[in-house]
Design a protein around this ligand. Structure first.
Ligand code: ADP
Ligand code: ZN
Length: 719
């Protein structure tokens, strides 16, 4: 037990485990097989790297991306781990050297391309002479035809269990639907295994959808606010990337285009410079991204509509691998939707066309949703999710509603007069009296009754009617608007209706750092310079020296000696020895110049099991910190191995003292209702309130709302 934590700190510099890592490691150490589904950035590597270090023999890691093998091995070596890779890029002399190291038991990890294990009977025979502690199959979905990235050479891995029956095997992937998951298990011939399935939610990614109309100005002001951060902007076409990169350069940003039409050398150069943070913004087609392991991508923007949710989620998933808050912004325009629809028609293949169009419609539904975007995405991947995440544009927006009964009547009657045979755009043109509508429609009664209102406003009203079920869209290739049973009450004037008039995005409160600890941004920049220079010197990506997470901790906790430095996440023993002095001197002179003292005491004293845990008094603070990093209460509880109840009471405390916005935890309407009930009741204890409010309200929500009430009272706000 102790050993696991010691080794984690010693080699990787981490002070605690992420969700499921510890359980997975213990499973493997008990010589049992494991199947691990974890989202990008969840921390899969540690799950086999740590067992490799804790056991005799060598761990064989199968990985499909030759380009990434070298990085992984370099990263391990920088942490003092004996690791190597074997693939076609090595000379035969280099390969011989590795065989010798294997024979003399000098390697802890060996990365191999799957083709190594294919049809190379000699290599298998050789491995049988070697003590193998574990087989780790990375990107395990590549073994399945159902996955999106099938690689036939992976199929031979099915032999491993037969050839090496005593050696445990761990299969890991970040993308697997139910079918793929089953297939992975079957193809690897696993019979007794433990399945670890983390949520695919990426809590640190904030999702936004914004109108595409005149989006460039919006993009520029977003990028300006993000000084220094790097990100990817996806465009649909090669030409699109060039144009946008040009415009961004003209606006003063360090941006470059990337697409498959560029020379290989140009692409490689740009990719390298992006990894080194020299190019800030990569404007790319989806050709860019696979195999890019850059942990500090702070934003992924889609300037054009993606073709399906799968692609969108994968692309946005490239943001925030380091766990820090990141944004996914999609600029949505109906023009894009129409263009993509015409592309989706596959000649002579109506089946395929239908599938593509359906996927596209889902993408449109996501973009037009008035409900939590995160919930939409997770449901799409068959995962349950609450209807409020507090970190998407919908959850973060105020919807201004007005009585729009007359407008609703105009819309519904227009749909009816057009015989429910037309889509949104045509209806708007019809209402606004455009001369582009068919002559026979120009004679209809409702033609032109909506000239007084702009196109976009009509669209917002129509979307809201759809959202509220007063209208539906057909499932056809070209969806048309149809009335529903609910429509008639409005048409007959029996019911009035409130519709959204405008949507105002609130500033996300994740940015409001109200914790006692302050990060020093100027120092952070200095530390980045030191790191980047070191990375250039060693000719490795910046991340391999230290990720931004480590530098942010340095700039927050301001360690004053090597001992304190060792408590910073990412500083394992080897790195303390190799880089410690250089980073320490930067921190120390910064503190001296600015008369700062180190708040290091707030960090753990290093003796506890979970070294990242602060002392008792700071336990609440730590929960808040994790929450601000985007983790939900259940995840925080799991990470810290404390009860959910405890985490919720920590967060309630910060609501009470006004440091945490209650709406990040409880939807507005619910807060309102809880407070109403609480005010009307004598007895404000939890249980009676819960009884009154029923199953839709959890204890946690009620407690949070009561604390919010206390906060209002204490600050003298009347409700
Ligand atoms: P994945 O392969 O699941 O995308 P990685 O193994 O690359 O994730 O880990 C993602 C990031 O999280 C890396 O920067 C890694 O160093 C960091 N990380 C992983 N486990 C921990 C941990 N227990 N504590 C702190 N950082 C961690
Ligand atoms: Zn949300």
């Amino acid at each position: 037990m102790e050993n696991i934590f010691k080794t984690l700190k010693h080699h990787f510099g981490y002070t605690g485990f992420r969700l499921n890592q510890e359980e997975i490691i213990n499973t493997v150490l008990a010589k049992k097989d494991a199947v691990v589904l974890m989202p990008t950035g969840g921390g899969k590597s540690i799950c086999y790297q740590l067992p490799a270090l804790l056991q005799h023999g060598v761990t064989i890691v199968v990985s499909p991306l030759i380009a990434l093998m070298k990085d992984q091995v370099d990263a391990l070596r920088l942490n003092g781990v004996k690791a190597a890779y074997l693939n076609s890029t090595l000379s035969s002399g280099e390969q011989q050297h590795i065989f010798q190291q294997l024979q003399s038991n000098q390697l802890k990890l060996l990365y191999v391309a799957p083709e190594r294990l294919v049809g190379d009977a000699r290599f298998i025979q050789f491995l049988k002479q070697v003590e193998i502690s574990l087989f780790a199959i990375d990107e395990a979905h590549c073994i399945s035809q159902w996955g999106h990235d099938f690689r036939p050479e992976y199929l031979v891995l099915g032999e491993l269990k037969k050839q090496f029956p005593g050696v445990p095997l761990i299969a890991l992937t970040a993308t697997a639907d139910a079918l793929t998951k089953k297939d992975i298990i079957a193809k690897l011939a696993l019979t007794e295994y433990t399945l670890f399935e983390n949520s695919f939610n990426r809590p640190n990614i904030f999702y936004y959808v914004r109108p595409k109309l005149n989006y460039f100005d919006n993009l520029v002001s977003y990028l300006k606010a993000k000084t220094g951060d790097s990100g990817i902007i996806y465009c649909l076409s090669r030409a699109g990337t060039e144009t946008l990169a040009g415009k961004l350069n003209a606006a003063g940003f360090r941006a470059e285009a990337y697409h498959a039409g560029l020379d290989k050398s140009v692409r490689e150069d740009r990719q390298d410079r992006f990894l080194r943070d020299e190019i800030r913004i990569m404007v790319a087609t989806i050709a860019f991204g696979m195999g890019i392991n850059k942990s500090n991508v702070r934003f992924v923007v889609h300037a054009d509509l993606p073709k399906n949710i799968e692609g969108y989620y994968q692309e946005t998933g490239r943001a925030g691998r380091d766990g820090l808050q990141s944004d996914a912004i999609l600029y949505y325009g109906v023009g894009d939707l129409q263009k993509l629809k015409s592309f989706a028609v596959v000649d002579g293949n109506p089946e395929q066309t239908k599938i593509l169009l359906k996927k596209l419609d889902k993408m449109a539904a996501f973009s037009e949703a008035r409900s939590c975007r995160r919930q939409f995405l997770l449901k799409y991947f068959n995962e349950e999710a609450p209807d409020f995440c507090g970190s998407c544009d919908v959850c973060l927006s105020n919807f201004e509603k007005v009585d729009a009964t007359i407008e609703a009547q105009k819309i519904l009657s227009g749909v009816s007069r057009l015989q429910q045979r037309f889509g949104v755009n045509y209806l708007i043109d019809f209402l606004r009296g455009s001369t582009t509508v068919k002559p026979e429609h120009q004679l209809l009664k409702t033609y032109g009754v909506g000239r007084d209102i702009g196109k976009e406003q009509w669209r917002i009203y129509i979307l809201d009617l759809l959202h509220l079920g007063f209208l539906v869209k057909s499932e056809d290739e070209y969806p048309v608007l149809k009335l529903t049973e609910k429509s008639w009450a409005i048409l007959k004037g029996e019911q009035r209706v409130q519709l959204v008039k405008s949507i105002v995005e609130k500033k996300d409160s994740g940015k409001k750092e109200t914790t006692r600890l302050r990060m020093q941004p100027v120092l952070l920049e200095e530390l980045k310079q030191v790191r980047n220079a070191q990375a250039r010197k060693e000719n490795v990506p910046n991340d391999l020296i230290f990720t931004d997470v480590t530098l942010i901790e340095l700039a927050t906790y301001l360690p004053m000696n090597l001992n304190d430095l060792g408590k910073i996440s990412g500083f394992g023993n080897v790195k303390v020895g190799k880089y410690g002095a250089a980073f320490l001197s930067v921190v120390k002179s910064f503190c001296k110049e600015n008369h700062l003292t180190s708040p290091m005491g707030l960090k753990d004293n290093g003796k506890k099991k979970h070294a990242g845990e602060p002392k008792m008094g700071d336990s609440k603070q730590y929960s808040l910190q994790l929450f601000r990093q985007g983790r939900n209460p259940a995840q925080i509880a799991a990470m810290r191995e404390i009860s959910l109840n405890t985490v919720e009471s920590h967060l309630a405390y910060f609501i009470r003292i006004g440091e945490l916005d209650i709406h990040l935890l409880v939807p507005k309407e619910k807060v309102k209702r809880i407070l109403q009930e609480a005010q009307s009741m004598e007895d404000n204890r939890l249980a009676p309130l819960k009884e009154r409010l029923g199953d839709d309200y959890s204890y946690a929500e009620i407690r949070a709302a009561l604390n919010f009430w206390l906060h209002l009272k204490e600050t003298g706000v009347d409700i």
